[in-house]
Write a protein that binds this ligand. Structure first.
Ligand code: GSH
Length: 229
């Protein structure tokens, strides 16, 4: 099995599950700033031209949360998946909420501050995206009041997704300032022994020319240090 992409990109989501589920996988860095994700070889694996992508036998697939679900369903036994249909539905609800309502405005903020070429940025969208994100963080903050898990009484895929997405919110403009429950949740999840590095740490390692130390010792990682967006 091969996973393309490294922290701090969204590849962090499936890498966290690979670690937690003890799945053997080769992690292959992609040089995004150099355009490797748009090269012919990678586009043959993931026509979307984005990290992460997973190759498992004849399956080649994209989308970080879909890859998490596949890993849990195909290789994780019963772990991190509610068996009760209502709880399973809640897990899907939160997974979609996290990427469409929390990550999407964070991504807009990133695009219009650092990712798009300066001439293409729309600075006026940044405060709007920030507002949209804060609006959607409020019900999530209320949901986490007195709760250890996103769904039910044990860990599910949604907890790992939530921890990564909320870490991003914390990292980008300190959006968790008024969300102590979200912050506590992120800290508790990242204290797990098999957690990947937090986004800030992964960026710091990359900037220092190191490979982020996020993989089990037996997961092969090509030793290329790359700047990531
Ligand atoms: N919805 C996708 C988003 C993937 C994505 O945008 N990945 C970024 C890295 S975190 C990327 O490949 N960016 C390069 C680009 O958009 O050209 C997912 O969750 O997998």
């Amino acid at each position: 099995m091969k996973l393309y992409g490294t922290p701090p990109t969204r590849a962090t989501r499936p890498i966290w599950l690979l670690n937690e589920l003890d799945i053997d996988c080769e992690i292959i860095p992609l040089d995004i700033p150099a355009g490797e994700h748009q090269g012919e070889a990678f586009l043959a694996i993931n026509p979307f031209g984005k990290a992460p992508a997973l190759v498992d036998g004849t399956l080649a697939m994209a989308e970080s949360v879909a890859i998490m679900m596949y890993l849990a369903e195909a290789h994780g036994g019963e772990r991190f998946l509610p068996t009760d249909p209502a709880e399973r539905a809640r897990m899907h609800q939160w997974n979609l909420f996290l990427v469409t309502e929390i990550e999407q405005p964070l991504w807009r903020m990133g695009l219009h501050t650092v990712i798009y070429p300066e001439a293409e940025r729309i600075p006026a969208d940044v405060p709007l995206a920030r507002r949209d994100c804060l609006r959607m963080l409020a019900p999530l903050e209320a949901h986490l009041q007195g709760r250890d898990y996103m769904v039910g009484s044990s860990l599910t895929v949604a907890d790992f997704n939530a921890a990564y997405t909320l870490d991003w919110a914390d990292e980008d403009g300190g959006l968790l300032e008024a969300s102590p429950n979200c912050r506590r949740f992120v800290e508790r999840m990242y204290a797990r022994p098999k957690a990947p590095p937090r986004i800030a740490e992964a960026f710091a390692r990359l900037n220092a020319g190191e490979v982020p130390p996020c993989y089990r010792a037996d997961i092969a990682l090509e030793q290329r240090v790359l700047p990531c967006v």
